[in-house]
Design a protein around this ligand. Structure first.
Ligand code: SAH
Ligand code: SF4
Ligand code: F3S
Length: 439
């Protein structure tokens, strides 16, 4: 018997890439590849890439450069680029880095086995189609034991075309997977030990899948169907767009016990002028009104967001409007980025805010967000929360899990509690984790 071949995947970018990497590992698993954590002993290395900001995209090339000595030492080593940089740059990747054997986009990785056959025959393989067929129909069924918390992609792509964003180009148009498939995949995950499912989509709340009744189901309909699966204890979803925060979805936050009180709802800016220039199609007040409605049905809802500072044309006044919005919403966590001009997007044609101005604004925004995050963490001390224990902690006898509000919590607990939800009282808070004791 020959030793199994080894596959190393490095994942950049969002959770959808994390999900895709797992599915690619399964596709290649059927071809006899075992996953390895280290590139040094791999026969095939796949970089599953992100194109969202320039830094993320350029990192791929520096990482490829770093793999060069490995490849020189072992000419048999195959190297592939997958994901959003693959989709956006295609053949240019091979031109810039000739040692790359394979380039595969996010919608065609079910074709990896055929592509690898060509690569193993000494050819280069490139596939960045946006095919009619649904890759999910061609992927193998999930195998083996799963971790307690899993991702499930329910929707892909985006039709919103925010002026700064590459996603509509790298992931294509919005497509929702049919309800029956998703329920089958969810039941399968639960049978394998999963207790929490995070529904994924670039615009997850734009979900409109075909239901078993032939009608169109909303994300809320899907959540209520998942709610009926015994053994599934927690449901989350990400990332949402304010304009798709429908009444039924808002209501579910007050009535669906399995739906966790945490919502990632990016707004990008607090200035209506900038929101308009970004093509977001909502105002700051409309965003705040949505948060208010959510909190009226679920007062303890933790909210996180995304912000871009230094978008072309952003004035000091626009930026202050963003600071005001953050002050009013009070975020449990938020991600903020300096605007990065992306080739092919409408905003890339506009004049940039000077780098130092944008850097200074980012610094101020991040200080405010960090303050709010600290306050959220501190407010947990003395409170009880339910924790789903996911893995062993750093110290012996300790387990680490997630609170309802997606905070990392560590507590002394027996390994019997792995994969289970337990009540924990929080006794200390740090910026990125909480310490608790079992109740
Ligand atoms: N679909 C999600 C987010 C996708 S990208 C949504 O609609 O919100 C994740 C985040 O990256 C965005 O929310 C935005 O804050 C940031 N981002 C996207 N394009 C960017 C760019 N060109 N420069 C800086 N940040 C960007
Ligand atoms: Fe990008 Fe906007 Fe679509 Fe989000 S909604 S993926 S930010 S274009
Ligand atoms: Fe990046 Fe593609 Fe996700 S660009 S953020 S990996 S959809």
């Amino acid at each position: 018997m020959t030793a199994p071949k080894k596959l190393h995947i490095k994942t950049y970018g969002c959770q959808m890439n994390v999900y895709d990497s797992e599915r690619m590992a399964e596709v290649m698993g059927e071809q006899g590849y075992e996953v390895t954590d280290t590139p040094e002993d791999a026969d095939l290395i796949l970089l599953n890439t992100c194109h969202i900001r320039e830094k993320a995209a350029e990192k791929v090339y520096s990482d490829l450069g770093r793999l060069k000595p490995l490849r020189d030492a072992r000419p048999d080593l195959k190297i592939g680029v997958a994901g959003c940089v693959a989709q956006a740059e295609g053949a240019e990747i091979m031109a810039r880095q000739p040692m790359v054997d394979l380039v595969v986009g996010p919608q065609t990785y079910h074709r990896l086995p055929a592509m690898m056959e060509r690569v193993n025959a000494g050819e280069k393989a490139l596939d960045t189609d946006m095919p009619e067929e649904d890759k999910f129909d061609y992927l193998p069924k999930l195998r083996g034991a799963a971790r307690p918390a899993a991702f499930l992609t329910v929707q892909e792509g985006c039709d919103k075309f925010c002026a700064f964003c590459v996603v509509p180009y790298t992931r294509g148009a919005e497509v929702s997977r049919p309800v029956a498939r998703l329920l089958a995949e969810a039941r399968d995950l639960v049978a394998r030990g999963v207790r929490e499912i995070t529904l994924l989509g670039q615009n997850v709340n734009a979900y409109h899948g075909t239901g078993p009744d032939g009608g169109t189901w909303s994300l809320a309909d899907l959540i209520w169907a998942l709610d009926e699966i015994d053994g599934l204890e927690r449901i989350r979803f990400t990332t949402s767009h304010p304009n798709d925060m429908t009444d039924d979805l808002i209501a579910a936050h007050g009535t669906c016990a399995k739906l966790m009180p945490y919502l990632h709802l990016p707004v990008q800016s607090g200035s209506d002028r900038i929101l308009k220039a970004m093509n977001r199609k909502h105002t700051a007040e409309e965003y705040i009104a949505i948060i208010d409605r959510l909190r009226s049905v679920r007062p303890d809802l933790a909210v996180s967001g995304d912000f871009i500072v230094g978008f072309p044309g952003e004035t000091d006044e626009d930026f202050e409007a963003t600071m005001d919005l953050v002050g009013r919403v009070h975020y449990a966590a938020a991600y903020s980025f300096r605007y990065s001009a992306r080739p092919g997007t409408p905003a890339a044609e506009r004049e940039d805010v000077p780098m130092e101005v944008a850097a200074d604004r980012l610094h101020r925004l991040q200080a405010l967000i960090t303050e709010q995050q600290h306050a959220t963490q501190e407010a947990m001390v003395g409170r009880e929360t339910a924790v789903l224990f996911e893995k062993a902690g750093r110290k012996p006898g300790q387990l680490i899990g997630k609170s309802e509000y997606l905070q990392a919590v560590h507590a002394e607990a027996s390994t019997d509690l792995l994969g289970k939800v337990a009540r924990v009282r929080i006794i200390a808070a740090k910026t990125n984790s909480l310490e608790g004791v079992l109740v």
